[in-house]
Design a protein around this ligand. Structure first.
Ligand SMILES: [Mg+2]
Length: 377
């Protein structure tokens, strides 16, 4: 996760965003997402009625242009909205330097990748990971955790360069992503010990990390609490619509996170998603052996809520994918590029595919197609 990827949504706030081909299919969905994220969207397309409907739905529409993509009237870069924030406009880089083209993305954007077409069924229980799968509030967390760990190890003067320490840290941080945070801290303590240091407890490292992370994300939580931003800004696009659809189809939804429960419950409330999880919302506990995603699945099965094959899981970490596959369920890898959440992050994709994911998606904008592939008639 790069710092620039982190703040793309924030930059979008200050723009008028032209979305070409936004009166149909993917372009329309993209325009809607940018609109929800408080960008002022320039709707463009050939279908006049749809364009006008879209403009009516969104009071912040900047302008409406009916015509072909080559029309001279279309601005070709995002422009600053008149809110005094024009200095923010220079570094947002999107397709064609900021001109988002629905048509172009429709042909080039990886939408749904089916790895195992036989992975179909009639799910009764759906398990969602939280961070990176539903919530973007902690996007960039690894950029806080890894430097903290490198600094702890660098103090031990083992002779390794910062770059060497960084690659060691990134390997185990990535490998343990999806498990409770404490496992990354247990590994840090082991690495300190290996270099002759006297480690703090894993719990002490965890609280140090959480303090640093909180400084980085506090403004996001404040934005939601104060109403300066809507929840959509920090949700993987299409998440709410998918949760609504799954509930309407009578599935029981569980939210299970490796993030500490007291924090992720607050964050789920702020994002307005708690109400969908009739199975419950679960996060990491200080007594870390008392809860895990695997334990939750065992409990669901032991209560005979469903068979393993009737579990559908969504996650951006390999742990939840492996957990779901180990009981014969269907696993969807959410490999969203957390910059703009419109394309697949190749690194995540490869990792989730390696863990056994049946489908790979960049977001939930194509959920009708996804559910058609997953749900057996
Ligand atoms: Mg996650």
């Amino acid at each position: 996760m790069t710092a620039s990827a982190l703040s793309n949504w924030e930059r979008v706030n200050f723009r008028i965003m032209p979305v070409m081909g936004s009166t149909r299919s993917l372009g329309e969905a993209v325009a809607r997402v940018f609109g929800r994220k408080d960008a002022r969207v320039t709707i463009h397309g050939k279908r006049k009625e749809t364009a006008e409907e879209r403009a009516d739905e969104n009071g912040e529409i900047a302008s409406l242009t009916i015509g072909s993509p080559e029309g001279p009237q279309i601005p070709t870069t995002p422009v600053a909205a008149s809110n005094g924030q024009s200095g923010e406009t220079s570094d947002f880089v999107g397709p064609r330097d900021g001109l988002i083209s629905g048509n172009k993305m429709g042909s080039t954007m990886p939408t749904i990748e089916t790895l195992h077409p036989e992975a179909r069924g009639v799910p009764k229980v759906v398990l969602f990971d939280f961070d990176g799968t539903i919530s973007l509030l902690r996007a960039g967390w690894a950029g806080v955790m890894a430097p903290m760990m490198v600094a702890e190890l660098a103090m031990l003067k083992s002779g390794e360069s910062d770059a060497e320490l960084n690659s060691i840290v990134r390997e185990f941080v990535d490998r343990l992503t999806g498990k409770q945070t404490i496992y990354q801290m247990i590994e840090l303590a082991a690495q300190v010990e290996r270099r002759g240091g006297a480690p703090k407890t894993p719990l002490a490292y965890k609280y140090k990390y959480l303090g640093l992370l909180h400084q980085r994300i506090a403004h996001r939580l404040d934005e939601l609490r104060s109403g300066r931003a809507t929840a959509e800004k920090y949700l993987v696009p299409g998440a709410i619509e998918l949760l609504e659809t799954l509930r309407k189809r009578g599935m029981r939804l569980y939210l299970a996170s490796g993030t500490d429960e007291e924090f992720m419950k607050q964050e789920a409330d702020l994002l307005g998603v708690t109400r969908f999880f009739d199975g419950g919302v679960y996060g990491a506990l200080d007594d870390y052996k008392s809860f895990s995603k695997g334990i939750l699945i065992e409990r669901i099965l032991s209560r005979s809520e469903c068979h393993g094959a009737e579990i559908l899981g969504f996650g951006d970490g390999y742990v939840e994918i492996e957990n779901v596959k180990s009981v014969g369920g269907i696993a969807v890898g959410v490999a969203t590029d957390e910059g703009d959440c419109l394309v697949v992050d190749e690194w995540k994709r490869n990792r989730l595919a390696g863990a056994g994911a049946d489908y790979i998606i960049p977001n939930y904008l194509n959920q009708a197609d996804l559910l058609e592939r997953i749900i057996a008639p």
